[in-house]
Design a protein. Sequence first.
Length: 288
Amino acid sequence: LGVDYLHEDSILSLGYTNSSENDYEANTVYFSASQEFFGGMSTVTLGYARGQDEVGVRGDESFSEDADRQNYQLGLSQVMTRNSLLGVDLEVVTDEGYLQNPYRRNRYIDPDAQRGFSYQLERYPETRTSFSVATRALYYLPYRASIRGEFRYFSDSWGIDAQTFELAYVHALNPRWTLEGRARYYVQDEADFYSDLYAFENSQTHLARDKEMSAFSGTTLGGGVVYEWKQTSLPGIQRLQASLLVDWLDFSYDNFRDVTASGDFLPGQEPLYSFDAFVTRASLILEY
């Protein structure tokens, strides 16, 4: 549910979202204000969102924990030349409450266990603050094409530092057919309290073995085709758009090991986990 109010060079937006699952309830309200300056050459955007989540566990109706999330955003976009656009976005997120997955477990060395290790529930800190800055540039090429570059830096109070590099290219073959391609690289450090294998049970206050908390890197290569037909001759259809996009993902983890690998491995000597996948997206949009 949302509403936008436009007044001259300003846009005010207010909205509410709800997501409900059998073990998770999320409620979020958001507000943003955007103002254009200098004849539309510059745009400043401010945003704020507040989320209140309730975490449950399937099969345990007595389990209920809360998480409070706040998001602050500041963005600036600037038309540099007739063919180029530059943007900078800042974001600060504060989380408080139950921030872990109630189903996820970490492992520790246990000489009495058959495999040499046992599992226990993860324990995360109850507060987290993160900061990110993203810069992007868009340049229109003279032959009905554009190229976009983006860099994003992320850092949080749990010790995770991450960088994202992305390059995208769009080429209009004619008024109806468009080709797209992109390349993305992501790398991050591990959280301060992360470990693939702890020395013993409850070895420290906070415990995590979620692979997204580990040190890893990932590459994404993608491409696709978009067909758009405006002012169609189809009865009742004003616009038709069909797209087919394919991404190839390759992720490698520096300190998260694959305990499902076949073989006789000692704890902590299993192969490092990695995966690759193809993701295909197809869409059809009809406007009438």
